[in-house]
Design a protein around this ligand. Structure first.
Ligand code: SF4
Length: 283
């Protein structure tokens, strides 16, 4: 007998975004074909999915190991890479299986054109994030990165600035950033390059969170997109909880008969949401 008898529902709009899905599918197809495959960095900011792919034979390498790697096949993940990674792969005779998301590739090209036009580039993004490292490779020297007004001194910028966004940033954060820079008297040429798969999720996600008595959000601890989406859930429904795996679900979050919504970020696979929903159903 189900003691809590929770009414569990998985968010129909959740699961991998198209860019991450394509990267994971590319890796899966290559591994099934018996290919020895190396992935530069975590394919997705989700430890459970990384472990699953490791179990299928995918070898994750960091940039130090990549520098030493020769005559192999290397997967570039959806975050994209700077031009130097392609050059290094070619120099070491490595074949690149390029799973860079087309949205990110398009953004890299736009940044490249702004650089060629001699514009001063500011990236609204997280320093050290793999996507931002790739974008900086296209932006060239002199480009700056800031995730928050506190991270940038307007005096360090020229009068006219061309601004791009890391694809997983929030619309609210972007508005804070542009307001701050404009109030400092700067002229901002803004390219709102936040991915629609991310920004478009917020209204539906908030409604989904508010429409259940308890919300369980499944995401990787290192995913900035997961944290931002979870914060939106928490604002819409204070009874929201973040888990990375089914074992983290706690029965004292619920009372009998509660309606429970299960959702996740762009880097949370459907199988993980189903595993959490199953545990909830068994409580
Ligand atoms: S969030 Fe958007 S840009 Fe980023 S990988 Fe997914 S589809 Fe591509």
């Amino acid at each position: 007998m189900n003691a809590l008898n929770l009414q569990v529902r998985i968010d129909p709009r959740s699961g991998f975004c198209p860019g991450v899905r394509k990267a994971v599918e590319k890796a899966g197809a290559a591994l099934e074909g018996g290919e020895e495959l190396y992935c530069l960095g975590d394919i997705v900011h989700n430890d459970e999915e990384v472990k699953r792919l490791e179990g299928k034979g995918l070898v994750f390498i960091d940039y130090d190991r990549f520098r030493e790697l020769k005559n192999k096949t290397v997967l570039f993940r959806a975050h994209g890479e700077p031009p130097s990674s392609y050059a290094l792969a070619a120099a070491n005779n490595n074949r690149v299986l390029d799973a860079s998301c087309p949205v990110v590739l398009n953004l890299q090209q736009k940044i490249g054109r702004a650089r060629e036009a001699g514009e001063h580039i500011l990236i609204y993004g997280k320093k050290g994030h793999p996507e931002v490292i790739g974008l900086l490779g296209h932006a060239g020297e002199g480009a700056q990165v800031a995730n928050d007004p506190a991270e940038i001194d307007p005096a360090s910028l020229p009068q006219a600035v061309t601004m791009f966004c890391q694809t997983t940033q929030t619309v609210e954060g972007l508005s804070r950033m542009t307001t701050f820079l404009e109030e400092a008297g700067l002229q901002i040429r803004l390219h709102d390059t936040i991915c629609q798969c991310v920004s478009g999720r917020y209204p539906g996600l908030k409604a989904f969170a508010a429409g259940h008595e308890v919300l369980v959000f499944v995401g990787g601890q290192t995913s900035s997109n997961a944290r931002a989406l979870f914060d939106a859930c928490k604002a819409a429904n204070p009874n929201s909880y973040f888990v990375s795996r089914p074992g983290e679900v706690q029965s004292d979050w619920f009372v009998a008969g509660h309606s429970v919504g299960v959702t996740g970020s762009a880097s949370t696979p459907l199988w993980q949401l189903k595993a959490v929903a199953e545990v909830l159903g068994e409580l």
